[in-house]
Design a protein around this ligand. Structure first.
Ligand code: GDP
Length: 302
């Protein structure tokens, strides 16, 4: 499963109920990774790890359930502008990761170790161990995606997106093998530009996906002209892309055989199929664990 954060976490929770979790490998976006307060943070990797270990704060969609924020408020007392939220329990993950990176342990190994300690039975792989950062070009200047969305609450007008470092980034160990040997590759419902985009910007990942072999299925994160949550719609519009599942079909037509869209978008089916992609219509909204599992089942049988 190619994955971002919140939408993908719901989908993966359902998938791990539909199939044995040991049979699932997740390749996670690293474009959101950032250094904050000297700590290396991997928002999507952590969201997926926490979701699959059962400790994710499901209401917020990030961080650890029932966490406290004393560290952050102490930083504010010291006069730091702490616009990025980090819970106290969550902090341990970032401290551990930062320490290990300083010892030259690869991000994929650290991710594997954290997931193991937290009892995750699926394999979680960062798309790359190399530097790759999604930068948003806006009318207020160029900024990190987290700055755009969290610090400035998505207010600046989006002019472009750059995947810094992608041209030199190699897939992390295990990524290409996992893609080549999978029965099914699923693009989870995730932001196509800032979650799936950075993964596909790693040339060897896109090339591996272009080869036919496994069934390749994408689940739309868009319903009608809107993303279910997050900045996907705003960013797509800023790039001059129509916010529509048809655009997803255009973005993914070389790497996906089937696109699952919402029942209310059934009228788009023929436009999508004209692009050479099979289109399956289903309820793709995941409001509870039953819907998460049902959508996962759709994706593996579609
Ligand atoms: P971000 O929130 O845009 O940074 O992107 P992520 O890739 O981390 O995950 C959010 C994406 O998942 C958004 O594009 C949402 O539209 C999508 N999403 C969230 N909840 C659901 C859901 O219940 N169903 C579907 N199909 N997509 C969802």
């Amino acid at each position: 499963v190619l994955s971002g954060g919140t939408g993908s976490a719901k989908f993966l929770r359902g998938l791990c109920k539909a199939v044995p979790p040991e049979e699932v490998t997740v390749i996670v976006n690293v474009g959101d990774n950032t250094t904050m307060f000297g700590l290396y943070i991997c928002p999507d990797v952590d969201t997926i790890t926490y979701a699959l270990s059962g400790i994710l704060d499901e209401e917020r969609g990030w961080g650890i359930r029932s966490d406290s924020f004393n560290f952050l408020s102490s930083l504010r007392t010291l006069g730091l502008s702490a616009w990025f939220n980090l819970g106290d329990k969550d902090l341990a993950t970032h401290v551990y990761r930062t320490m290990k990176l300083k010892e030259n342990v690869a991000l994929s190994q650290i991710t594997h170790d954290i997931a193991g300690r937290l009892g995750v039975r699926s394999r979680i792989l960062p798309a790359t161990d190399d530097f790759l950062e999604t930068r948003v070009l806006t009318d207020q200047g160029e900024m990190h995606l987290q700055e755009f969305w969290v610090r400035w609450r998505g207010a600046p007008a989006v002019k472009g997106i750059v995947y810094l470092g992608a041209d030199r980034a190699k897939p992390a160990a295990g990524v290409e093998d996992a893609l080549a040997s999978a029965d099914t590759v699923i693009l989870a419902p995730a932001n196509p530009i800032t979650s799936i985009g950075p993964i596909l910007a790693v040339k060897r990942i896109r090339e591996t996906l272009q080869k036919r072999g496994p069934r390749r299925v994408a689940v739309s994160p868009l319903i009608g002209r809107n993303a279910v949550s997050g900045p996907a719609g705003k960013i797509m519009s800023g790039l001059g892309l129509e916010v529509s599942p048809v655009t997803l079909a255009k973005l993914y037509c070389d790497i996906v055989d089937t696109l699952i869209i919402h029942t209310s978008d059934e009228n788009l089916k023929s436009d999508i199929e004209k692009l050479g992609i099979r289109c399956v219509v289903a309820n793709i909204l995941m409001r509870d664990s039953n819907e998460e599992k049902r959508l996962a089942n759709h994706a593996i049988t579609a």
